[in-house]
Ligand binder design. Structure first.
Ligand code: NAP
Length: 259
């Protein structure tokens, strides 16, 4: 399917691995020039080279921490004028509500609320001027169904969801659409980290933790970052213009709700 975005330029943040990489690859397959970012230069360059080789599009890779003002400034300067923005960053660590400090909350807000807000503030004006733009924020299933150990994530991402609900309707008249994409359990490095943390805190083996997690997913597997990326690319496509301020859940049916 031609998504109608060939030749557009897309910034995909935090994209040397996992869901960000799946999204960058799917947008490259749709013909977009890609600006990608991560902190670690080696994995980032390897991921960028893979995209150039597989899809023949222009790829600009910027090693920077997207949660810092300086990192964002460097990425945005290299990106130039953008048609598509996919916000993403690492998720906060798991823990217990009794331990989280003000500094822990500020760090989570910086990474998973204020960073996407700053990126949207920087890029939406040019999209509005040109009458077309797409933004996808990678958030989490936790905004629909809280994950107790990820309270920092629950809190920061729900704040972003509220922000997007209002702003998406303010920019929609200008041909700019903003939506959120909510991953449930996907088979990425982040998942391995969370399995290890759950194993350490519960005394269960990693295999047991994984089996228990898989048992919560009606689809019976972890999500595939490639499928996630394809959904992201569709949400950035010409065909997504009537999808405004939505929260699209990809969780294999794990969240037990009717709507
Ligand atoms: P992942 O496999 O660990 O990949 C994270 C990517 O983000 C890496 O490329 C990493 O590279 C980059 N990154 C992390 N922090 C960054 C920063 N401050 N600045 C720039 N790049 C950064 O993680 P994932 O599973 O794809 O998760 C992506 C997001 O979705 C996270 O926020 C996660 O909490 C959320 N999520 C994931 C799942 C899941 O099941 N996987 C479920 C719900 C929500 P460097 O480390 O080199 O920077």
């Amino acid at each position: 399917m031609d998504l109608g975005i060939k030749g557009k330029t897309a910034l995909v943040c935090a994209s040397s691995k996992g869901l960000g990489l799946g999204s960058a690859r799917a947008l490259a397959e749709a013909g977009c020039a890609i600006v990608m970012n991560a902190r670690g230069a080696e994995a980032l360059e390897a991921a960028a080279e893979g995209i150039r080789r597989d899809f023949g599009v222009k790829v600009t890779a910027i090693a920077a921490d997207i949660t810092t003002e300086d990192g964002r400034a460097r990425v945005l300067e290299a990106a130039g004028t953008l048609d598509i923005l996919v916000t993403n960053a690492g998720g906060p660590p798991p823990g217990a509500w009794t331990d989280w400090t003000r500094d822990d909350f500020i760090a989570a807000f910086d990474a998973n609320l204020l960073t996407p807000v700053a990126l949207m503030k920087a890029t939406l004006p040019a999209m509005i001027d040109r009458g077309w733009g797409r933004v996808v924020n990678i958030t989490s299933v936790s905004v629909k169904s809280p994950i107790a150990a990820l309270g920092l994530s629950n809190t920061a991402r729900t704040g972003l969801t509220g922000y997007v609900a209002g702003v998406a309707r303010q920019v929609a008249p200008h041909g700019v659409v903003i939506n959120n994409l909510l991953p449930g359990l996907h088979g990425t490095d982040r998942m391995v980290q969370l399995e290890n943390a759950a194993s350490a805190s519960s005394g269960k083996s990693v295999d047991q933790v994984r089996a228990e997690r898989l048992a919560t997913i009606p689809a019976g597997t972890y999500g595939d970052p490639r499928d996630f990326g394809a959904t992201c690319a569709f949400m950035c496509s010409q065909f997504a213009g009537f999808m405004v301020g939505q929260n699209i859940l990809l969780d294999g049916g794990a969240t037990n709700s009717t709507l």
